[in-house]
Design a protein around this ligand. Structure first.
Ligand code: K1U
Ligand code: ZN
Length: 170
């Protein structure tokens, strides 16, 4: 297992629609393990493959609380099968947009189908931070960032900040 470099917005790879995973192969499992290590190291509660430059439909997350046992999840080819009518507003962050946190409103509960690490088809319902994070990560696989839900003015101010950050890191 190793950590991978996290891309910072703006980057063309973060705007692409990712390709379905044709098989949960050893290479795909190794990618998922690296993504979990990268997420815990950052630290964050989620990470999608395009954030490490891989344009495949897989994300990882672990939204377990500080006092709970870890609960790492890997979702290949995730799809939303149901969303609640009830909405929830949660402050979101993104490892590709460091140190920026903004409120985003999304369905409070979601059900997703996905392939697990054994390539087995599963369906699971998420609520609370898990639901927010799962939708945020699925957006990454469709080339959408949480700042796309903000006003054009806010988005452009954040993008300018990120360009400056990237110049200072180069
Ligand atoms: O996709 C990402 O960039 C990861 C992102 C996930 C996320 C967080 C909050 C709401 C929606 C989606 C993050 O993990 S940002 C960092 C973060 O939330 C965090 C950092 C340290 C401890 C706990 C959380
Ligand atoms: Zn993100």
């Amino acid at each position: 297992m190793s950590t991978r470099n996290i891309l910072i917005h703006p980057d063309a790879r973060l705007k692409k629609v990712c390709d379905p995973v044709s098989e949960v192969s050893p290479e795909m499992r190794s990618l998922a393990e690296d993504m979990l290590e990268t997420m815990y190291d950052a630290p964050g509660v989620g990470l999608a493959a395009p954030q490490v430059g891989v344009l495949s439909r897989v994300f990882v997350m672990d939204c377990s609380g500080k006092d709970e046992a870890g609960d790492p999840m890997v979702l290949f080819n995730p799809e939303i099968t149901w969303t609640s009518e009830e909405m929830n507003t949660h402050e979101e962050g993104c490892l590709s947009i460091p140190d920026i946190y903004e409120d985003v409103t999304r369905p409070a509960l979601v059900r997703m189908s996905f392939l697990d690490m054994d390539g087995k088809l599963r369906e699971k319902e998420f609520g609370g931070l898990w639901a927010t994070c799962a939708q945020h990560e699925l957006d990454h696989l469709d080339g959408r960032l949480f700042i796309d839900y903000l006003s054009a003015l806010k988005r452009s101010m954040i993008t300018s900040k990120m360009k400056k950050l990237k110049r200072s890191r180069a």
